[in-house]
Ligand binder design. Structure first.
Ligand code: BDP
Length: 600
């Protein structure tokens, strides 16, 4: 799927701005009730989560449907163009209406969807756009929630003898199986873009290296009968190769490779023309491969220094915020990092374009968080998650396939792989094959494993890279770093026997900024530094550990509950991106660790 761009042949009209909005009172569902909306509508900003834009718990904790609406007129000059309405992300379920008529539905809160407006909207004439949005999470959504029962984070325990009775008087609410606030609404931009009637649908670019030359296998999907041509330009704008036809191979003589920061993330652009249409996609030439214990980028052993992150900021919630994206890129570099994981959902597309340009490596994760958490049943045979999970992987790869920054797909975060090891293995191995089969660049595929009985777990070891989240010294063996290091070594001995690279995709300690102690105990800034320093000294001894991603880049908001005071405080930075001592610790460490060849 192509990102909407303005060029000589295409236009983009932004529908971002102040929309009218109201919460469902629980009686309308996905149905648009004009009278109800006009009686209750108030202003809301798009894009942004709605939860923190207003000052009442009813927005913060809303469960279920809300309604957005705005009027719009496509200028007359676009009368002869193909018009497409595109939502970059609506969390988690959207039903779109034009002039009162339902025109499209979409499940999943973190990926784009679009509809052609032919026959629905006339250029020069005002129309009414309404979107009903549902934020419920359950065992068929990704991320996963419990509709009834035990909240995985926070407490759903009524503490009275009659649990059944409590269900009656407690209001219905989301019980997420994930540790980030369920920020909802139209979280990313809404646009109408134009193309000529015959148009370029998609461009697939697969780079490889042949000696000093770069090779690009390309495929262009179109609608219409015109001829495709493609021309590749250097970063400096010089034409370096050309080809005709909807698919083929291009050779770039003496190519410059895309390399992670602080090396040069060199980008080429491919300009595709098709009749009246034209689209330019930027790409990099780089290879990615797993070889025994090593993760190779451009044939060299790469070390992942970086973070698990979130899209999270005050007021915006999970709403798209380009200034935060630019700032985060700057902070990533300031700390000497080179990578991050899009924990725990695909991020806004703009972040990937920035990463391509800035040379930051991405592990691209689906929103499959919490599969099997908070339930005693076998999630793989009990719940209907498979087909939605496949849709999400298909759409993620369709969106992000050309980014040189994306070097690995993460199918999920912390599914239960321990209690039903056989059915878990069946699920994850077949989804692994599915993911590989869809990626034109055939990048490594993994999922991120929860702290568990790794001897019982049969799935993690089957992935291309073993990715583990571990909290020795925090949730386990709390505060005892001697014991934590011991436990790390027992576990690392286990993984070392498996011929795979390993990335520690999460480890961390909640830390209150400004809380200092001479004797480093939990929650102090000194403890966070000691926790990482002690753990890293163990990880450094193991050549097969090819990455360290502290949890988390910055503090972030979560559901309220006894575990969380003003959210999750494991950030190296505060929520407003001020450094804790831990950030300085990693800056000092990472600026001395090279991207390549740190471990032989
Ligand atoms: C891990 C989860 C992450 C949480 C983290 C924590 O992957 O989403 O925020 O624990 O508890 O299990 O801080």
């Amino acid at each position: 799927m192509l990102y909407p761009r303005i060029n000589e042949r295409r236009s983009v009209l932004s529908l971002d701005g102040v929309w009218r909005f109201c919460l469902d009172d629980g009686t309308h569902g996905d149905r648009i009730d004009e009278a109800y909306i006009s009686a209750n509508a108030e202003n809301i900003s798009v894009p942004a989560s709605y939860n923190d834009q207003k000052d009442d718990l009813k927005y913060r904790e809303h469960y279920g449907w809300v309604y957005y609406e705005r009027k719009f007129t496509v200028p007359k000059v676009f009368k002869n163009e193909r018009l497409v309405l595109r939502f970059d992300a609506v969390t988690h379920y959207a039903k779109v209406y034009i002039d009162g008529k339902p025109v499209m539905e979409h499940k999943g809160g973190f990926l784009p969807f679009e509809i052609e407006l032919d026959g629905l909207v006339e250029a020069g004439k005002e129309f009414l756009l309404q979107v009903a949005v549902d934020n419920k999470v359950n065992h068929s959504t990704l991320p996963v929630g419990n509709e009834e029962g035990t909240a995985f984070f926070g407490s759903d325990n009524a503490g009275v003898p009659s649990v059944e009775a409590a269900k009656v008087w407690r209001k219905k609410r989301n019980l997420p199986n994930f540790d980030f606030f369920n920020y909802s609404g139209i979280n990313r931009s809404v646009r109408i873009y134009t193309t000529p009637k015959s148009y370029i649908k998609d461009i697939v670019l697969v780079p490889s290296v042949d000696g000093k030359d770069g090779i690009v296998d390309y495929r262009v999907e179109t609608c219409g009968k015109e001829k495709v041509s493609i021309e590749v330009f250097s970063r400096e704008g010089v034409s370096v190769a050309k080809a005709e036809g909807a698919s083929g191979r291009i050779r770039i003589k003496d190519a410059k490779l895309w390399n992670p920061y602080p090396e040069d993330p060199y980008l080429y652009s491919a300009r595709v023309t098709f009749g009246e249409d034209e689209y330019t996609e930027r790409f990099g030439i780089r290879t990615v491969k797993v070889d025994g214990h090593r993760f190779l980028i451009n044939g060299k052993p790469f070390f992942f220094k970086g973070f698990g992150k979130h899209e999270d900021s005050a007021v915006h919630g999970r709403g798209f915020d380009l200034a935060y994206d630019v700032k985060d890129m700057s902070l990533i570099k300031w700390m000497g990092a080179n990578s991050f994981r899009t924990s725990h959902y695909p991020y806004a597309e703009e972040m990937y374009y920035l990463a391509d340009e800035e040379g930051v490596v991405i592990i691209d994760e689906t929103p499959a968080v919490g599969i099997g958490a908070g339930t005693v049943q076998d999630p793989y045979t009990t719940f209907d998650i498979r087909s939605h999970h496949e849709d999400v992987i298909r759409d993620l790869i369709a969106r992000d396939k050309n980014h040189p920054s994306v070097v690995m797909w993460s199918m999920a975060n912390e599914p239960d792989t321990e209690h039903y090891p056989e059915s878990a293995k069946e699920y994850w191995c077949s989804l692994y094959d599915f993911t590989h089969s869809l990626d034109p660049q055939d990048r490594p595929v993994t999922f991120v494993c929860c702290q568990n009985n790794y001897e019982t777990d049969l799935s993690t070891r089957e992935m291309d890279v073993v990715c583990i989240n571990r909290y020795y010294g925090w949730y386990n063996l709390s505060g005892d770093m001697d014991a934590a290091c011991h436990a790390w070594n027992i576990e690392l001995d286990f993984w070392e026997k498996i011929d795979k690279p390993l990335i520690v995709t999460e480890y961390g300690a909640d830390t209150l900024p400004g809380f200092h102690l001479t004797a480093a105990e939990m929650f102090s800034e000194e403890f966070q530094v000691m926790y990482y320093d002690r753990t890293n000294s163990e990880l450094d001894k193991r050549a097969f550990v090819v990455g360290e991603h502290p949890w988390n880049f910055a503090d972030f908001n979560t559901i309220q509950g006894v575990f969380r005071a003003d959210g999750n405080r494991k950030g190296l930075l505060t929520r407003d991106r001020r450094p804790k001592m831990g950030a300085h610790y990693f800056r000092n460490r990472w600026t001395k660790i090279p991207n390549f060849g740190f471990k032989k």
